[in-house]
Design a binder for this molecule. Structure first.
Ligand code: GBH
Length: 467
């Protein structure tokens, strides 16, 4: 049996620096906002911090050997700004040495390095100057991008500026569930625009320096009106689509913010942040779009009934909302299976999303699913294996959905499972396991889970999508 994916389809897995590296203060690395935020009591579940994580910084060669055993075609990782330019001051050669060794190790193993410059870990020193609310941070990001390219550009071909700017703007600065833990809607909009600007500036400088494959990764969702007959729910879905999807896609693809979004957030005077010429910078050509998708969002404009399922977010406090300008949105529960994150499992949503993107934005470059995966509370069995049947089923079903989307004309060129390893799951600490490889946080021992073994079979072409 062989799979029916197009030749050259890229099979990979993804991680992020702050979630796996540890060595938070070694070889010149300074605090990122996640190091600092994790020390705030109550910010991260159980007081967990990224200080040690899964010690990838010291175990990198073994981890690349694991990737090779899985047969990965590509490995998506991020570089830590606070390691490369501690305090955003000088370029730290020792920090770059680590990534240089990683890239060499990957190339030796025939694994394509897929590098992300920003996966949420701003240097704390920059946060102290306003973080992403400070326009200057966008220019600092451009310098950081150039420094990384200068050292790795001879070997790395795929460059992603940002991972999910939605999370590092709206959730970090308004929802407050992510670092830096601020709860200021207007600040979140400044962060959103300045991250766009940083993306555009970095894209420009990378292109100038010779990079040929530059993109960005967005987390995109299908906003489903809970009751399609209820006007309030239809409006809620439109608002979520504007803020969660189109606010990020359209400046890049079309060179403008959506008009309805501008109305939704008008009370925060968003447009004051947008200077003349910014949108031209932001609309710089990209060569691929990374799509992260885990679940759809069933949304309503009606208040939830008293007995509705409580949110499972660890740091939930009343009054916090990442839904800037649409703070009234609610998310009623549908009758669907759920993961340990309480996220709906609905693989067909991934097919719908990928097909819709190509149809709604004909000028989009090729798509890569840069993250998809699931957290479950798996355990090591007596036989020493991890029989994570639910994760295995989740991954297979979503790969089927990608195949179906390609059949319907979506231009999808690759798929990356989130995540290679169990890791520091942000506000959830080490309590949620997304890995296809199990990590024992006491011994740092790694065990390939059943889902990892199955993924290896899929990559080897021994699995045909079940259409
Ligand atoms: C990805 O983002 C991250 O890139 C990765 O680092 C992370 O480990 C992985 O997923 C698993 O979480 O404000 O209540 O509406 C997660 C995608 C989408 C999850 C937005 C939180 C908002 C929740 N995120 N979602 S809410």
């Amino acid at each position: 049996m062989t799979n029916t994916f197009p030749p050259g389809f890229l099979w990979g897995s993804a991680t992020a620096a702050a979630q796996i590296e540890g060595a938070a203060h070694e070889d010149g690395k300074e605090d990122s906002i996640w190091d600092a935020y994790a020390r705030v009591p109550g910010a991260v579940a159980n007081g967990h911090t990224p200080e040690v994580a899964v010690d990838h910084y010291h175990r990198m060669p073994q981890d690349v050997a694991l990737m090779k055993r899985l047969g990965l075609g590509s490995y998506r990782f991020s570089t830590s700004w606070a390691r490369v330019k501690p305090g955003d001051r000088f370029v730290n050669g020792k920090g770059l040495d680590f990534y240089s060794r990683l890239v060499d190790e990957l190339l030796d193993a025939d694994i394509l390095p897929w590098l992300t410059l920003y996966h949420w870990d701003l240097p704390q020193a920059l946060e102290e100057k306003g973080g992403w609310t400070n326009r200057d941070t966008a220019y600092r990001f451009q310098d950081y991008a150039a420094a990384v390219y200068d050292r790795l550009g001879d070997r790395v071909q795929h460059w992603t500026t940002f991972n999910e700017p939605l999370c590092s703007s709206l959730i970090g600065y308004a929802g407050g569930e992510h670092a830096p833990g601020r709860q200021e809607p207007r600040a979140a909009l400044a962060a959103l625009h300045h991250q766009h600007l940083a993306h555009g500036l970095a894209t420009g400088v990378l292109r100038e320096l010779g990079a040929q494959n530059i993109g960005i990764t967005l987390n995109l969702t299908n906003a489903i009106p809970d009751d399609p007959e209820d006007e309030r729910d239809v409006d809620a879905a439109r608002r979520l689509d504007a803020l969660w999807n189109r606010a990020f896609l359209e400046p890049i693809v079309l060179g403008r913010y959506p008009a309805d979004l501008l109305e939704d957030v008008a009370k925060y005077r968003f447009e004051e942040f947008v200077q003349q010429g910014d949108l031209e910078i932001i609309a710089a050509l990209i060569d691929f779009l990374g799509v992260n998708h885990y679940h759809d969002d069933n949304v309503s404009g009606r208040p939830l009934p008293e007995n509705a399922r409580p949110s499972l977010r660890p740091t939930d406090k009343p009054g916090r909302s990442p839904f800037v300008g649409s703070e009234h949105l609610t998310f009623p529960t549908r009758r669907l299976p759920r993961t340990a994150m309480d996220w709906e499992v609905n693989p067909d949503g991934l097919r719908t999303l990928l097909v819709r993107l190509g149809r709604e934005y004909p000028t989009l470059p090729p798509l890569y699913v840069t993250e998809n995966g699931a957290a479950y509370d798996d355990e090591v069995s007596e036989d020493g294996h991890v029989h994570d049947a639910q994760r295995t089923a989740y991954i297979r079903a979503h790969i089927d959905a990608v195949a179906a989307a390609i059949d319907e004309g979506a231009d999808v060129r690759g798929y990356f499972v989130w995540s290679l390893l169990d890791n520091f799951e942000w506000a959830w600490g080490y309590n949620k396991r997304f890995g296809i490889v199990r990590v024992d946080y006491r011994t740092q021992e790694r065990i390939i889970k059943d889902s990892g073994l199955e993924y290896a079979r899929i990559i080897a072409g021994e699995y045909a999508p079940s259409r």
